[in-house]
Design a protein around this ligand. Structure first.
Ligand code: MSP
Length: 538
């Protein structure tokens, strides 16, 4: 599989699922996107070429029915939701995606048809009939064993707690069953292909139980991409949607620029998905790629759910929280920080206003924010806002430098490995070490003794250089805050833009040049007010 360090020209390619536009996004959707953004910003900060894709899944019955229920034509409905709800949330959360794909775009439809035709010509697709239960919420044909009994004896989808529908149609089928053994062989050779281990085990036991062929078209409605050789049918929404990862980077075109784009991006290094859509990504998708003779993705990573009252947060259960409800109160950077540092990636996590307020106050306002403001205030007060040079470094500074080097190495290893929570714990431990250092060195007392000017300079230099490293390490997670630290340190004229600072060099000591103009601005993380009674016991 591709290793971003060694693939030369190939971009490190990360995707989020494409989201159904049956409704506006909630924080469960934003969680996946933010994780992808932090991961790709981290890799960019390592000077790698990166491609980060997100987008929307606009066909199928789920979206069609929501349009109908709102009295709109489906195209009009998706256009409005994408422009009024889905694209704005990317700005709101500071997401730096390289592309945004919509499955109703012409580029996507054309390339899906080219993929389908290729598989049809190779004999991978045949006509058959299907009868069985279907969950429109999941857009999935269910096996009887997947269902749970409802109170009145109805068969329910366990994810949506809603009755399944019975579908009986003549459709086009993909020979998924032929890929049972090839998939097992693939995952035996590439155990890193599905993570975490619990997800890999689930996928392996599902494949081992034997795969059945998959119906990949529907004839009872028209909201979808027509099957190129049989326009009375539209492509099954998942078959259409999974292909976005390939169509968005130029699959299926002869144009040399697009071929070049595809060759230098494909395959994806990481597909980030929620655990509910693992099987589509780790079983159907690689089988589709095998059938087409395309290289397989490096990794499918299944993260957990944000829970409310112990259940998956969802709009259909009326438990969805809009991202703006949180950013209005805490800001976008705190949103990004909180969800990635408080929940081990791959596990479920319960969101609560109280916990988020506590983390905001202790780790951001009292931790990082307080450190930045007291260091800036003291450089202002004792050195007329000009960063002094360090000339009397001792054991405490050496210890801080070594803590920093270890924190950077460990944070880098953890985040590249998608252990955001561990990586951020390393950085937070360094913030605590610097705060402790400042408290123990008592620069405000040293300042009272004129003969200790060198010592005072050394302490404040060490603290400011630590903040320089923290700005680099936090840039992928809290881009606005990190940029404010960079500005507060006056680092840009000497060191250049924050985005040019490499993570690999962040652990070096003494990088910030003396002479920088340090300014104490507004608090990085203001104290929380009791807004709307929503939260905040700051
Ligand atoms: N359209 C399909 C994906 C197609 S990808 C080729 C889909 N869309 S979705 O909008 O229902 O979900 C998209 C992602 O949001 C999934 O990864 C899902 O797990 C995630 N989440 C939806 N609710 C969530 C939580 N409550 N918590 C965490 N993630 C959740 O499935």
């Amino acid at each position: 599989m591709s290793d971003p360090q060694t693939t030369g020209d190939k971009a490190f390619y990360v995707t989020t699922p494409i989201y159904y536009v049956n409704d506006a996004p909630h924080i469960g959707h934003a969680y996946t996107t933010v994780a992808g953004d932090v991961l790709t910003r981290w890799h960019r900060q390592r000077s790698e070429r990166v491609w980060f894709l997100t987008g929307t899944d606009e066909h199928g019955q789920k979206v069609l029915r929501s349009a109908e229920a709102n009295g709109a034509e489906p195209q009009q409905w998706v256009d409005r939701l994408v422009s009024e709800a889905w694209l704005p949330v990317l700005d709101l959360l500071e997401v730096a995606n390289d592309d945004f794909i919509r499955t109703t775009e012409e580029r996507h439809a054309r390339r899906v048809q080219s993929f389908l035709q290729h598989l049809y010509d190779k004999g991978e697709i045949y006509k058959g009939s299907y009868t069985g239960p279907y969950c429109v919420g999941c857009e999935e044909f269910k096996l009887p064993g997947d269902l749970v009994a409802g109170e009145d004896g109805q068969q329910l989808c366990p994810i949506h707690s809603r009755p399944v529908e019975s579908v009986s149609e003549t459709n086009w089928f993909f020979r998924l069953s032929a890929y049972t053994q090839p998939l097992l062989d693939h995952y035996r050779e590439h155990p890193e292909g599905v993570e975490p281990a619990s997800a890999r085990n689930e996928v392996l036991s599902f494949i081992e139980s034997g795969l059945t062929d998959l119906s990949i078209s529907r004839s009872s409605f028209t909201w979808g991409i027509p099957i190129p050789w049989d326009t009375s049918q539209v492509t099954y929404v998942w078959f259409d949607a999974l292909l976005n990862y390939a169509t968005a980077v130029g699959y299926g075109e002869d144009d040399p620029a697009l071929t070049q784009q595809f060759d230098s991006t494909w395959p994806a290094d990481v597909h980030l998905v929620g655990k509910d859509i693992l099987r589509f990504h780790a079983v159907i998708w690689p089988a589709m790629l095998m059938a087409a003779g395309l290289p397989l993705p490096g990794k499918v990573f299944a993260h957990g759910w944000l829970l409310v009252g112990g259940e998956k947060m969802s709009k259909s259960k009326l438990t969805g929280i809009a991202p703006s409800q949180i950013t209005d109160h805490f800001g976008a950077d705190a949103f990004r920080y909180y969800f990635l540092s408080a929940i081990p990636f791959g596990h479920d996590g319960s969101f609560s206003w109280e916990h988020m307020s506590a983390v905001y106050t202790s780790e951001l306002a009292n931790g990082l924010g307080n450190l930045a403001s007291r260091v800036a205030a003291m450089v202002g007060k004792y050195f007329d806002a000009t960063l002094p040079s360090a000339s009397a470094a001792g054991d405490a500074e050496a210890a801080l430098a070594s803590t920093l080097a270890t924190a950077v190495a460990q944070a880098d290893e953890a985040i590249v490995d998608l252990r955001f929570h561990d990586g951020l714990a390393q950085v937070r431990a360094f913030v605590e070490a610097v705060n402790r250092y400042v408290t123990e060195q008592e620069p405000w007392k040293v300042a009272k003794d004129e003969s200790q000017r060198d010592r005072l300079a050394t302490i404040l230099y060490a603290a400011a250089d630590s903040l320089r490293a923290l700005a680099v390490l936090y840039a992928p997670v809290m881009p606005t805050t990190a940029q404010r630290i960079w500005e507060l340190l006056g680092a840009e004229p000497a060191l250049g833009p924050l985005t040019d600072q490499r993570v690999q060099d962040a652990g070096r000591w003494g990088v910030l040049p003396p002479g920088c103009t340090v300014t104490k601005g507004d608090a990085l993380f203001p104290r929380l007010e009791d807004a709307d009674g929503a939260a905040a016991k700051a």
